[in-house]
Design a protein around this ligand. Structure first.
Ligand SMILES: [Zn+2]
Length: 338
């Protein structure tokens, strides 16, 4: 699946790249670009100095597909509006995006020279309780969804950013909906769930799950990050954890604080910690680009090849980086879709 032609660039922003950046194409597990681009009044097709993602920078960073989130999803109306906007951006010819609806589309999108966009919902509070909207959005190609954002809804409970872990978990409606979604071939995302909801989900899930954009809580004690026990069980379920590039989720010792000077070593610390409670098959990329403030070393999506350079110089093999960059997440989709 490496047939998208991009000329090998040895120099990026004045820094020498050690490896051929085309070696590792990236499937990024979470971005908020569909929300950010219209808000920031910029175009996906043109290179911008603001935000993290646009077509030229995705090409430069060798990101060939991603989960593009619809957010917020608190109400039916919000979901409808978010989906309308999502398709407007994907269908704009100049953007050279294409919707990924099935597993084989990862390959065909690259053959066509397009950037693949997976329709993902970050919270489904706007769904009705009887599964009608779930079925409707599946017909539009919904392939991945989180039950909540950092709020509670009729299906489950999200983790509050201020750290209060409420006792409420998944509701009975939520359990039924997850069962139905998994049987429809929709991947379930546990990022943003509080711990009781997470453990309720672990009990009922019949398929591998993803934490699309969450880091290690041992390294950075933020409630949005995962405990070692959660990491272990995601691994046991053959799922993946996408590394979030947000400073507030990375900062070791100072969770929630921004430090623009953090380096690739901090990102590696999270990867090391997650690997130590799982294995290399559990790590994926889940940048949260265009939804968080990132350190300078990951100032936009074009920096990915430099991160992989760093990892390859610090103990991660070529095979490991292939897994991290796209293979692990593809494996979960191959097991959860259709
Ligand atoms: Zn999020």
């Amino acid at each position: 699946m490496d047939n998208l032609e991009i000329k090998s660039t040895k120099k990026m922003n004045g820094n020498e790249l050690k490896m051929d950046k085309n070696k590792y194409w990236i499937l990024d597990g979470h971005n908020d670009s569909m929300i950010a681009i219209p808000r920031q009044k910029r175009s996906f097709s043109e290179r911008s100095e603001i935000g993290h993602i646009d077509k030229p920078r995705m090409r430069e960073g060798n990101i060939k597909a991603g989960l593009f989130a619809v957010f917020p999803g608190f109400t039916k109306k919000m979901l409808r509006k978010g989906v309308k906007n999502w398709f407007e951006i994907v269908n704009e010819k100049e953007n050279e995006l294409i919707q990924i609806k099935n597993y084989k589309d990862f390959e065909s999108s690259q053959a066509e020279g397009k950037i693949g966009a997976v329709l993902h919902f970050e919270g489904i509070g706007g769904f009705d309780g009887n599964g009608k909207l779930l079925h409707y959005y599946k017909t539009l190609g919904l392939r991945s969804m989180g039950i909540t954002w950092s709020n509670k809804n009729k299906f489950g409970t999200g983790v509050s950013f201020v750290g209060k872990q409420k006792k409420r978990g998944l509701t009975e409606k939520g359990k039924d909906l997850i069962h139905e979604a998994q049987s429809l071939g929709i991947t379930i995302d546990v990022s943003h769930l509080n711990e009781p909801s997470f453990w309720d989900l672990i009990e009922i899930t019949q398929k591998p799950i993803i934490a699309s954009h969450s880091n290690s809580r041992t390294v950075c004690d933020h409630p949005r990050n995962l405990t070692d026990t959660q990491i272990k069980v995601i691994h046991e379920k053959h799922g993946t954890i996408g590394i979030n590039m947000g400073m507030i989720f990375l900062n070791p010792g100072k969770p929630g604080k921004r430090d623009t000077e953090m380096g690739f070593d901090v990102i590696k610390k999270h990867i090391d910690q997650i690997v130590s409670f799982s294995d290399i098959n559990t790590i994926a990329m889940g940048s949260d680009f265009d939804g968080v403030k990132t350190p300078n070393c990951m100032k936009d999506c074009a920096q990915y090849p430099k991160l992989f350079d760093y990892l390859s110089e610090n103990g991660y093999s070529e095979q490991d980086i292939k897994k991290i960059s796209h293979e692990n997440l593809l494996r979960v989709f191959s097991k959860t879709w259709d």
